[in-house]
Design a protein around this ligand. Structure first.
Ligand code: RIB
Length: 323
């Protein structure tokens, strides 16, 4: 494990280097969010607060993070011609994301139902809506947006044919491909072969590898990752931080201590930070140092995009850690 002084210094260095172009392809959702003391068990009704509609969607969240950190960021995706679509586009524009690759259509915008408990944990149910219209043809028509970037961010909220086509276009153009294996979906080998960097949590890794993996046993973890054919993997462990596996070397990066209110979108801000850092030529473990700070900070406010901090705020937070 790196010590906390090193992590802060590395995060500061990475943050100051961000600026290279990033493209994200995938989902944009209106998050219908309600806070409750505890999450309901199956069949149970619990009492919640008011329902709020917040801008979300894994890909949109990643793009917003990249742009707030200073990367030139473009997003490819689809929105409905509805009020959710207006809200979501507005949030992306305010964050400075280039939205020329976003199409409006007759389907309703993608949405989720999110429940957040008093400890900041959540449950999320996703309804694809317009996101389901992003197919391989759509991606091919926007291929220039992919080939003009240094790195492409993908997740599994978009249709698989679109994800695979985007990865293929990127790979052919020498653009690095990062896949967040979420939400868990059966994916073809042909897609996994196009991925340079995989971001997974423990549960997702077990599904991908077809068995439970003891992540405290680093030899077992290394073998599991090698068996999957990956050289570069980031395993996110929630409150326990992350493990970066890069060409057989394992680095543990802890989270930053903050007062957590809501973890929604924290993982997406982790990935957005990594995308921005890798595009700028930083190593995976260097990127994970910044990602640890950015994603920890994303838990102290409600929602996904509404919880993200600007580059200046992240810089101020990091400089306070060294005092
Ligand atoms: O990762 C959090 C995101 O997942 C939310 O914003 C929600 O839209 C779902 O896509």
């Amino acid at each position: 494990m790196k010590n906390s002084k090193d992590i802060v210094a590395t995060a500061q260095k990475v943050l100051s280097s961000i600026g290279a172009p990033v493209t994200v392809m995938g989902s944009i959702n209106a998050d219908l969010t309600v806070e409750t003391e505890r999450l309901p068990r199956p069949g149970e009704t619990v009492i919640g607060g008011p329902v709020v509609t917040l801008p979300g969607g894994k890909s949109a969240n990643q793009a917003v993070t990249c742009s707030l950190l200073g990367a030139k960021t473009k997003l490819i995706g689809a929105l409905g011609n509805d009020s959710h679509g207006d809200l979501l586009l507005d949030s992306l524009n305010k964050a400075g994301v280039d939205t020329a690759g976003i199409r409006r259509c007759e389907e309703p915008s993608g949405s989720t139902m999110i429940t957040v408990d008093a400890a900041g944990e959540n449950t999320i149910v996703y309804s694809a809506g317009a996101n389901a219209l992003v197919n391989a043809d759509f991606v091919r028509e926007e291929s220039q947006i992919i080939t003009s970037a240094k790195i492409l961010g993908l997740c599994l909220e978009a249709p698989l044919d679109a994800v695979e086509e985007a990865a293929r276009i990127a790979r052919d153009a020498g653009v690095q491909v990062v896949l967040n294996f979420s939400p868990i979906t059966q994916v073809p080998e042909s897609l996994l072969k196009l991925v340079d960097v995989l971001i997974v949590n423990q549960h997702e890794l077990a599904v991908l590898g077809g068995r439970e993996i003891d992540v405290t046993n680093l030899d077992e973890l290394r073998k599991a990752v090698a068996d999957l054919g990956f050289e570069q993997v980031v395993l996110t462990l929630g409150g326990s931080g992350s493990l970066v596996l890069d060409s057989g070397e394992v680095t543990r990066i802890p989270i930053f201590e903050v007062d957590t209110v809501d973890t929604t979108g924290a993982g997406d801000s982790f990935m957005g930070s990594l995308l921005s850092a890798l595009a700028a030529g930083c190593s995976l473990s260097e990127g994970a140092c910044l990602a640890a700070a950015v994603s920890s900070l994303a838990t102290v406010r409600m929602g996904a995009q509404s919880s993200y901090w600007s580059a200046r705020e992240v810089r101020d937070f990091l400089s306070q850690q060294t005092r």
